[in-house]
Design a protein around this ligand. Structure first.
Ligand SMILES: Nc1nc2c(c(=O)[nH]1)N[C@H]1C(S)=C(S)[C@@H](COP(=O)(O)OP(=O)(O)OC[C@H]3O[C@@H](n4cnc5c(=O)[nH]c(N)nc54)[C@H](O)[C@@H]3O)O[C@H]1N2
Ligand SMILES: Nc1nc2c(c(=O)[nH]1)N[C@H]1C(S)=C(S)[C@@H](COP(=O)(O)OP(=O)(O)OC[C@H]3O[C@@H](n4cnc5c(=O)[nH]c(N)nc54)[C@H](O)[C@@H]3O)O[C@H]1N2
Ligand SMILES: [Mo]
Length: 552
């Protein structure tokens, strides 16, 4: 997800949350359980529907809560987003609802793109996606004619082997309808972790330095070499989903893992355990014991958000202060102090040659100082400082200078790369689909009450009282077929592993599909998931694999 750099630059919401809910005439949510997983924005969207009558189109295989507020719910089959989007764009072109002026002045590649769209007439699309032709026409009319229209998506779009292609096709839709660079429109990936945006902005990706400056650019590399006093590699590194398998093959000898629980959160847990077993040396920096702790040679106690001062950057590119509320508990220390301390020891041990340079040496005294370094080296953060944030300024990057007010909407007037490029995108089916041996489709994700591996939320008594064990959503027709009466236990098996869990018999899922989460290690979906990766972003296809379900 993090690596989703399209022709529009980085993966970040182009518009603000306020802007979308105040100015959009229509909102298109595709592949996001917005009210459960983005509750603040989800509540804002509900209000926009109730107060302003915003037209809401939701495209999701499951009948998630936000569909109650939707003008239309398109219940496409999992893994058929490209045919769905291409089918909608076919209708938009057929009816002449496209934005000609935007296409002519702001884009290129339209003719080639159009030739692909022509391969997706409504009856064919209806067959592939399971969405009735009539609903396709209704949706296309709302999305093209209610302007401005904002599209919002999350992991239902990106966690596929076609994750990047899905995102590009959504960009196609927004260019075709002229909804880029305007209030109430845009392309809006809802970022998940509190600071995943900030981590990406600061270069926590294998291909870029802070501010999305390419590691393969000699100019960028020289700038950081001069700043840090070290020589830097000119090649793109590995993503997490490549590093751990590489550790399993002996190609990576040591792992330094911070705030990540790969045994629970990466696909195909049995394989992950094997890789971590094989890896020679593992350092884990955590705030709680996790399933990964058992594989660590050294545990370093970091601190939670409540014990540290610094900034998080949220889904709308807004940089926000977090202030320390309590002292670190026990021997725990702020993560940046631990990392800087490690780096200084490695330097002292002669592991790296360092030249005198403005930011060599890792001797920071505060996070304000770290942000100042980030500002000096990162054009989009150049005007951001603790001082401005302390004064209460609301800053959304790019903030190119200390007197710049920030940028709530991206791409106004022009795209980062000049003209926006239409990409012809064809359907590719998921890596593993149901067959005779594994006849049902498993999709995975989250519930409102828990957070990922649950190391934090399973320690909160109140949350456990509401949601105490993993529930697997299964359609009443399938439940009957399997001989489940009411709520019963199920065993779910895939080519990778097997789990047992409690069934929740519900028409939130269509027949043939089960939905399960990874919040409880004893019945984690990732024992079952497949490590098939998107070729560009290397994100796993968590949303689709084949399973066999039995009553226990
Ligand atoms: N309570 C809670 N909130 C969270 C988190 C948490 O663990 N707990 N995690 C945070 C993080 S890091 C993230 S990334 C976000 C994730 O936020 P979301 O992406 O909104 O949540 P998910 O549960 O991963 O699934 C998204 C939706 O994709 C749908 N879906 C499944 N298959 C397909 C498909 O083929 N096509 C389409 N279009 N949709 C499909 C599912 O039915 C589901 O409604 O949530 C964040 N918020
Ligand atoms: N099957 C399936 N698997 C998935 C997904 C899915 O939809 N389906 N979604 C994927 C996605 S989008 C994500 S983001 C990942 C999330 O997966 P992870 O990042 O592995 O999960 P988290 O629980 O968010 O965080 C990991 C650990 O960080 C620790 N931690 C929290 N705060 C701090 C801190 O300040 N400092 C330190 N050092 N540690 C801290 C927590 O105790 C926790 O154990 O899961 C992925 N895995
Ligand atoms: Mo995420």
């Amino acid at each position: 997800m993090a690596g989703l750099a399209t022709s529009f630059g980085s993966g970040a919401m182009s518009n603000s949350m306020d802007d979308v809910v105040e100015n959009a005439s229509a909102i298109f949510i595709i592949g996001s359980n917005t009210t459960e997983q983005h509750p603040v924005f989800g509540a804002m969207i509900r209000q926009a529907v109730l107060r302003r009558g915003v037209k809401l189109v939701v495209a999701d295989p499951r009948r998630i809560d936000i569909t109650e507020f939707a003008t239309l719910h398109l219940r496409q089959r999992p893994g058929t987003d490209i045919p769905l989007l291409n089918g909608l764009m076919y209708i938009i072109l057929e009816k002449g609802w496209e934005d000609r002026e935007f296409i002519d002045n702001r884009t290129e590649g339209f003719e080639e793109f159009k030739a692909t769209i022509e391969q997706y007439p409504p009856d064919k699309v209806s067959q592939i996606t399971g969405v009735p032709v009539e609903k396709l026409y209704q949706a296309a009319e709302i999305l093209a004619c209610e302007k401005p229209m904002a599209v919002c998506w999350a992991m239902g779009i990106t966690q596929h082997i076609v994750g990047v292609r899905n995102v590009m096709d959504l960009a196609n839709l927004q260019m075709l309808t002229g909804n880029m660079g305007i209030p109430g429109g845009g392309v809006n990936p809802l970022r998940g972790q509190n600071n995943v945006q900030g981590a990406c902005d600061m270069g926590g990706l294998p291909n870029v330095y802070p501010g999305y400056q390419n590691v393969t650019s000699a100019e960028a590399r020289q700038k950081f070499e001069a700043a840090w006093g070290v020589s830097l590699p000119d090649q793109v590194g590995m993503t997490v989903t490549e590093m751990i398998p590489a550790a399993g093959e002996g190609k990576v000898k040591a792992l330094y893992i911070l705030g990540e629980d790969p045994v629970t959160s990466d696909p195909d847990s049995a394989h992950i355990r094997h890789c971590l077993d094989t890896c020679e040396f593992i350092v884990l920096q955590e705030i709680f014991p996790s399933e990964t702790s058992a594989f660590a040679d050294v545990l370093l106690p970091g601190v939670s958000f409540a014990e540290k001062t610094g900034t998080f950057t949220n889904t709308e590119r807004r940089v926000q202060m977090v202030r320390q509320a309590i002292d670190p508990i026990g021997e725990a220390r702020p993560d940046w102090q631990i990392t800087a301390g490690l780096a200084r020891r490695i330097l002292a041990a002669g592991g790296r040659t360092v030249q005198p340079a403005p930011y060599a040496g890792w001797d920071y005294s505060s996070t304000a100082e770290i942000l100042a370094e980030a500002a000096a080296l990162t054009p989009s953060y150049a005007g951001i400082s603790h001082a401005r944030l302390e004064r209460g300024e609301r800053l959304q990057w790019p903030v190119p200078s200390p007197d710049h007010p920030g940028t709530p909407i991206l791409h106004v007037g022009k795209f980062t790369r000049g003209k926006g490029r239409f990409m012809p995108i064809d359907h590719i089916p998921p890596a593993e689909m149901p067959d005779d041996e594994f006849p049902m489709l498993l999709s995975t994700g989250r519930v409102l009450y828990h957070w990922h591996g649950g190391t934090m939320t399973r320690r909160a008594q109140g949350l456990l009282e509401v949601y105490s064990q993993a529930l697997v959503e299964i359609n009443p027709m399938d439940a009957e077929h399997l001989g489940l009466n009411g709520n019963k236990r199920v065993r779910i098996r895939s080519r990778r592993g097997v789990i047992e869990a409690q069934a929740w018999v519900t028409d939130r899922v269509p027949p043939g599909m089960v939905f399960s989460n990874f919040h409880f290690p004893e019945s984690s979906a990732n024992e079952l998931t497949i490590a098939a990766l998107d070729p560009v972003a290397k994100i796993p296809e968590y949303k689709i694999c084949a399973v066999k379900v039995e009553a226990v």
